[in-house]
Design a protein around this ligand. Sequence first.
Ligand code: GCO
Length: 393
Amino acid sequence: MAEKNLTFPKDFHWGTATAAHQIEGGNTNSDWWRLEHTPGGGTAESSGDACDSWNRYEEDIAIVASLGMNAYRFSVEWARIEPAEGEFSKVALDHYRDVLFACRNQGILPVVTMHHFTLPQWVQDAGGFESPNIVSWMARYAGVVGEALGDLIGVACTINEPNIVAITGFLMGMFPPQVQSWDRFSAVNTTMRACHVAIRDALRAGPGSFPIGIALSMQEWEAVDGAEDSVASMREEMEDLYLRAAQEDDFIGVQCYTKMQIGPHGMVPPPPDQMLDMGYYYWPQCVEHTVRRASDVAKVPVIVTENGIGTTNDQQRIEYLEEAISGLHRAISDGVEVHGYFQWSLLDNFEWLHGYRLKFGIVEVDRETFERTPKPSAHWYGELARTGVLKTA
Ligand code: GCO
């Protein structure tokens, strides 16, 4: 096949994404830290010092800039900013201001996520997403963050994968608080949408003017052996309720990694030769599929806030990204309004229950010295970001 150059829009945001708990280190006041230190809690290891990005953020952002990207997505950590109820840390807010300055100084658009999986321990102790106060706590937290940082924020994501927090925490019993109940899962999804609106409105009321949206986990769903009804109800609860609510937002953040097959007895594992370390189906086509669907239902612009692959084979990462981003280009060519793409992740980092074994990064991090080494995929992706042209074979 002849080589083809796929050109992306001029003002496209090309970035990479991270999350506080996964890279900063020492997030000791969060519910996840506690889970990691609870015997039988289910995590492979402690997040520990993570990638020490609390101290090395300037180096991280310099890598983003030097590779050729123009945007960086990261999260601010509620457990650090409000370590006890109503007690806000000036030091933590100043720290994140410095992170935002570091982005701005290097010409990088900062995309800030307000909540990425973790809660302060005091929130979890008081009922977490099932507390009657969660919406007002989120609103107050977002108000304080907006006041302190809003003038520097480029794009804001309110909640990262609220549907994953709900399903893993309240239906599958894996993430805190490890509950297994469809009703509680569904109720938490409803609460999540209220939290999203509260955060969005608090940010809109504060300084700065920037697009605000939710970052939703999406799948390419496939019914196996007549499980169409299960797929339909799962997709409604996991995606469509959120997508319809996003019609009031400035954009919809789409995060996708794989295809999910559902049969009469639940999830069907992928064929062994297509199964990745994470248990995911190797399915880069999911980007095109989910972006089109998000746009159809939400009817607002799309940002791919996360897409990537956990693999120790960096050549496989390049192939996956090439196919995923080609699909994205097809959607854009057909008129879907997409404003950016954020590869997950900049660094090999703490992959939640799996710990550090899974490698989603385009940059390797030495677990002893924290030295960062860009992989071939980092240079490949950087060239795409710098030129806005995807060269396909
Ligand atoms: C997620 C997260 C990331 C994960 C990534 C890979 O949204 O699940 O945003 O924290 O690390 O998805 O599993």
